[in-house]
Ligand binder design. Structure first.
Ligand code: RBF
Ligand code: MG
Length: 229
């Protein structure tokens, strides 16, 4: 695992063709993200019209920032009625956290988060359909299907691979998370108006902050524009 670098891309910031924009409503995937891997993923529709580049891009792991907009009360209630809110596994159904009343006063999922994502066929699972799955680097206690997610994809980490075991797949994904955090925790990779501490690399696993946060210098206005929902 340590055979690959823990930081990718130049310090100055993303290189062409990045940043690449992608957005849409969070849809349910194959339901394995949380249950089997302990790595919840939010899937976005792979839409040839909205994201023409996706058909030609290399299958593999990318990283960047996600902006989440909380589902509006009506949408949250509707999603809940359809049983699409809650854990992937269906075992821990959320009954209260995203109820209609709660959603109104709890913009719990709104905000900017570092993310790592997989675009491809997941050879380990022999998928025949290409998916775009985003793992947000923040320990949310529940899913939020239906919420609108906007992505600024800033860089590429590695090609998609097959693995001999689930453990090997999970270990590689965990290292992808380290790469994403460390790569994003540089001023040139952090949006203007945000702090590099948001990417979390200053925090050693389970330890104290080691470096002072810097201010971001990356300009990506569309990431913060209001969505016409
Ligand atoms: N699946 C693979 O078969 N090969 C991979 O190299 C691979 N890399 C991934 C990297 C990240 C950051 C994430 C979030 C997922 C990756 N997956 C990969 C997909 C994984 O199999 C998938 O999240 C689960 O199957 C849940 O749908
Ligand atoms: Mg998923």
């Amino acid at each position: 695992m340590s055979s690959r670098p823990s930081i990718v891309g130049p310090d100055a910031g993303p290189e062409q063709p990045f940043p690449v924009k992608m957005e849409g409503p969070i849809i349910s995937g194959f339901g394995r993200g949380s249950r089997e891997l302990g790595i919840p993923t939010a899937n976005l529709p792979v839409d040839a019209e909205a994201t023409p580049w996706i058909a030609d891009c290399v299958s593999g792991v990318y990283f960047g920032w996600a902006v989440l907009e909380a589902a509006r009360p009506g949408e949250a209630a509707a999603a809940e009625a359809k049983g699409t809110l809650g854990d992937d596994s269906g075992e821990k159904k959320i009954t209260s956290k995203l109820s209609t009343e709660n959603t109104e006063r709890t913009p719990a999922v709104a905000g900017l988060y570092p993310m790592v994502m997989s675009i491809g066929y997941n050879p380990f699972y022999h998928n025949t359909k290409r998916t775009a799955e985003v793992h947000i680097l923040y320990p949310f206690a529940y899913d939020f299907y239906g919420a609108h997610m906007r992505l600024a994809i800033l860089g590429y980490i590695r090609p998609e691979q097959n693995y001999d075991s689930l453990d090997a797949l999970v270990a590689d994904i965990q290292f992808d998370c380290v790469v994403a955090r460390q790569s994003l925790a540089r001023a040139g990779w952090t949006p203007v108006g945000q702090s590099t501490a948001l990417a979390g690399a200053n925090k050693k696993e389970g330890g104290a902050e080691t470096e002072a946060a810097q201010a971001g210098t990356l300009v990506i206005p569309w990431l913060f524009a209001q969505t016409q929902l």
